[in-house]
Design a protein around this ligand. Structure first.
Ligand code: GUN
Length: 298
């Protein structure tokens, strides 16, 4: 049976370091500040945003949340971002996605000052990651967290290992592939148009699933001994728990896959907790840079 890579424990380690480093920064007169912006009432987004704001407070950060009605105009949103860009007490700005259809999410993301873009979605940060300028970039939180989990099993240098990333989103698949490449893995990005996905997945020493389809990756897609990182968080019906009940599953059929894998991340309790921890780490990094101090490595 596979080793379970416990995201909760690794995330708590990261949070503990963030708290300690935030306290050390207080000596320079700087409190890390995170502004989280949410537009509309999407229940899942509300839950994510509340836990981001709560974690920020727990880390000793200055934490502000802007909850705006669904009908907020693009211009009003840009004006708020301009204000936050100019506010010296704010080091990180996160606009929760998805945004309502009448708002151009691309324009909003590009309006965030790159040095406060703790999501790592601005073209400047995407470009820095793609060209290996990671010392001054912000790396998107979910892939950054997935890499820390992978590091616990495989170390920092992935030379000679093949990695297959299933999913090509800007938020996870593409930055994940860049991070794996920067760590010397031989990387393939697979997606819905890939021929013989199961066969390709079986070649992977490191298999990353980021497709958003419940339990799509089956046990026999996993090479014996492979490390499996499941980024998916899908809510499905769970009639066995009672009428109307649901449960969370990943993109990987966990029970089957863990018979073949050497190590695997669970859902829940895997990559999920790491995402928020890395958001705190990125906000801390931004505050260190603003204070002219070398940020700690995570
Ligand atoms: N919605 C789902 N994941 C994310 C994320 O990582 N950042 C933001 N801003 N919105 C999201």
């Amino acid at each position: 049976m596979a080793e379970i890579i416990d995201g909760k424990t690794i995330a708590e380690d990261v949070i503990a370091r963030v708290k300690q480093q935030a306290a050390s920064l207080a000596g320079s007169g700087v409190t890390p500040g995170l502004a989280v912006v949410i537009v509309g009432e999407d229940p899942a987004s509300q839950v994510y945003v509340a836990s981001k704001s709560r974690r920020a407070k727990e880390c000793g950060f200055h934490s502000v949340q802007h909850s705006l009605p669904a009908e907020t105009s693009e211009e009003a949103l840009v004006a708020l971002i301009d204000e936050l860009n100019a506010d010296p007490a704010i080091h990180g700005i996160l606009v929760q996605l998805p945004l309502p259809d009448h708002v151009d999410a691309g324009r909003i993301i590009q309006a965030i000052a790159p040095e406060k873009d703790v999501d790592g979605f601005h073209f400047i940060n995407v470009g820095k990651l793609g060209t290996g300028e990671v010392a001054t970039a912000f790396v998107p939180c979910t892939p950054a967290g997935a890499m820390l989990m992978l590091e616990r099993v495989r170390g920092k240098d992935l030379s000679g290992l093949s990695a297959v990333v299933v999913g090509r989103s800007n938020i996870v698949g593409k930055p994940m592939a860049n991070l794996l490449l920067a760590a010397n893995a031989t990387v393939t990005i697979a997606h819905s148009r890939t021929k013989d996905l199961p066969g390709l997945a079986r070649t992977a020493d490191i298999l990353v699933a980021a497709v958003g389809r419940p339990e799509m990756i089956r046990g026999d897609w996993v090479k014996p001994g492979a490390t499996v990182i499941d980024v998916g968080i899908n809510r499905i019906a769970a009639p066995e728990k009672g009428e109307g009940k649901t449960r969370l599953v990943g993109d990987v059929a966990f029970a089957e896959a863990s018979r073949n894998a050497g190590a695997i991340t669970p859902v829940p309790g895997g990559v999920g907790p790491m995402t928020i921890a890395m958001l705190m780490a990125n906000t801390l990094t931004s505050a260190f840079r603003a204070a002219g101090r070398e940020p700690p490595a995570f």
